[in-house]
Structure formats: C-alpha cells, structure tokens
Design a protein around this ligand. Structure first.
Ligand SMILES: NC(=O)C1=CN([C@@H]2O[C@H](COP(=O)(O)OP(=O)(O)OC[C@H]3O[C@@H](n4cnc5c(N)ncnc54)[C@H](O)[C@@H]3O)[C@@H](O)[C@H]2O)C=CC1
Ligand SMILES: O=C([O-])CC(=O)C(=O)O
Length: 266
C-alpha cells in the first residue's frame, strides 16, 4: 500500500456514503471520495466523483482503497475482485460475513492480491473489549437493538406486527446473530460485528425491538467471561436520509479511512 496516494472510492452512494463524502470534504484532511461504484440503473451526478457501474472499470481506475457502504450483495460480488486486484477494502455491511464460505473467499482473495480487508466497527462500540476478553474465554454475549417502528419498514417485522399502529415497545425478533444478520441485512450488521469480535454467530444472543417512544437507535451489549463483565449502551442518532442507519456507522467508516492512511494507527 502506498499511503501517499489517496484515491478513495466508495461502493454505493446512499445515505452513509453521502454522509461520508460530505464529512470528508468538510474535514480538510485531504482525504475525499473521488469515485463510486453504483448499480447500472442508478445515476449519480456529484462534482469530483467519478461514477462506475462495473467493478472491472473501477479496478482499472486504480483506487488506493475502497469503502463498501452498499449491501451484503456488494460484499459478495464486488469485494473479492477488488481484493484479488491488490486493493484494500473497508466493509460496513458486516452481516454478510455470517456466510462462512464468503468469509473464506474474501480471505483467499486478499491472500492472492496481497491486500487487506478491514471490518468497520459500524454503529456499535466495545468490540476491542470483546476481542480481548475472547482470548481468556467468553461465557455469554447478549445484544439488544431498539429502533423506532419506521426503521423496521421493509423487514420481516412487518409480517408479525403492524408497525404503524404500535403503541408500546415490542420485541420483533429473538434468536442468534446468524439468524439476525440474514433476516435483517439492513438493521442487524451490528450483531455480526459483535459476533465476529466475541463468541461467534451461533452463540451471540440477539433481541430486536420496535419502540414507538424511541428517538434513535439504541444498541446494548452485555458480556460475561473469565475476564469479568462488560456492558455497553449506545443511543445513536440516525442519518437524516435513512432511519435504519446510525450516523455513528458513517463516522466509523470515516475513522477507519483515516487509520488506513495513518503511519501510526491512533
Ligand atoms: N455495520 C453497521 O453498523 C451498519 C451497516 N449498515 C449497512 O451499510 C450499508 C449502507 O447503508 P446506507 O447507506 O444507510 O443504505 P442506503 O440504502 O441508504 O444506501 C445503499 C446504497 O447502496 C447501493 N447498492 C446496493 N447494492 C449495491 C451493489 N451491489 N453495488 C453498488 N451499490 C449498491 C444502493 O443502490 C443504495 O443507493 C447497508 O448495507 C447497511 O445495511 C448500516 C448501518 C450500520
Ligand atoms: O445503524 C444502526 O443503528 C444499525 C444498523 O442499521 C445495522 O446494524 O445494520
């Protein structure tokens, strides 16, 4: 990796990528989004951003790093060829990594290309604690995610509850992180981050809640193990363009980018 070249590309140009683009431009850090890879049917007209509809053309353009802010499908389809071409990638659609075959394919692609895949922390925190605690043995990791009903639109929650008429806090899912990642690909990426850092997808217990009184997206993790106990609670503000996505997730991608270009990772 040449740290002096800062050709940053994003996959997707939705709420998170646009928040990232805006924040980077305002930061004066010299790191900006210069290209985006979007689906064929999407038009993006944004000053200073080259638009690609094909991963081969993006590779040809020669990004120094690519940030995935798109979907599980994008991780599956676009990330392996980038890694194979020697391009470092930061991913935020982490739920895709519950697919063990994909995880292995990504590792193989990175090995072949001599590149590196970084998993952003996203909308959650405390992953460093889980990673350390795991070494001595974790006994239990429990995640509880609460969002307003509007954030659960277009998800399986709609089949079990009438989101529009909810008057009280309602559990919409109980299971493990593997099931949550698969069933809620736009809302439960945090469960995958917790699972990967901690005791894995099968053993990470997950409860998802729709709460008409919630003003933002709340994430709680309780963990216990040989190290002791750990509890974290975040009250995240959503991005204005997507109530499903916390602003913190976009900020986590931005800090992962800064770390990518730092000689000393702070
Ligand atoms: N790790 C975490 O904590 C979090 C992860 N996420 C994930 O981040 C991703 C982006 O979130 P938002 O920007 O809020 O979503 P969004 O729906 O506002 O934007 C996603 C954009 O990506 C594009 N896209 C989808 N598949 C694509 C593909 N294969 N190639 C290129 N573009 C593609 C869509 O057209 C859309 O414009 C989502 O997958 C979301 O689930 C969101 C919040 C937290
Ligand atoms: O942004 C959030 O609060 C969490 C989220 O959507 C996800 O984990 O996919």
């Amino acid at each position: 990796m040449n740290n002096d070249v800062k050709k940053v590309a994003v996959i997707g140009f939705g709420a998170m990528a646009q928040s990232l683009d805006h924040s980077l431009r305002a930061s004066g850090s010299g790191i900006e989004v210069s290209a985006t890879l979007v689906p064929h049917d999407l038009t993006v007209d944004h000053d200073g951003v080259e638009v690609f509809h094909d991963v081969a053309a993006l590779i040809e353009w020669g990004p120094s790093v690519v940030v995935e802010c798109a979907s599980h499908q994008a991780v599956k389809n676009s990330v392996p060829p980038l890694l194979r071409a020697g391009i470092d990638v930061i991913v935020v659609s982490i739920g895709s990594l519950s697919d063990t075959a994909l995880l292995h394919a990504l590792e193989k692609a990175a090995e072949e290309g001599g590149s590196r895949l970084t998993v952003a922390s996203g909308a959650i925190g405390g992953l460093d604690v889980l990673r350390s605690a795991k070494i001595a043995g974790l006994e239990s990791v429990i995640y509880t995610g609460t969002k307003p009903p509007s954030a659960w639109k277009g998800t399986p929650a709609e089949q079990s509850v009438d989101l529009a008429s909810l008057r009280q806090r309602t559990v919409i899912f109980e299971g493990n992180a593997a099931e949550a990642s698969l069933q809620y690909p736009k809302n439960a990426n945090v469960t995958a981050a917790v699972a990967l850092a901690g005791i894995g997808f099968a053993d990470t217990r997950v409860t998802l809640v729709a709460d008409p009184h919630a003003s933002g997206n709340t994430h709680k993790v309780n963990a216990a193990g040989a190290f002791g106990r750990f509890e974290i609670s975040l009250e995240n503000k959503p991005l204005p363009d997507n109530p499903k996505t916390s602003w913190l997730a976009a900020l986590s991608v931005e800090q992962a980018l800064h770390r990518h270009f730092q000689r000393i990772e702070l």
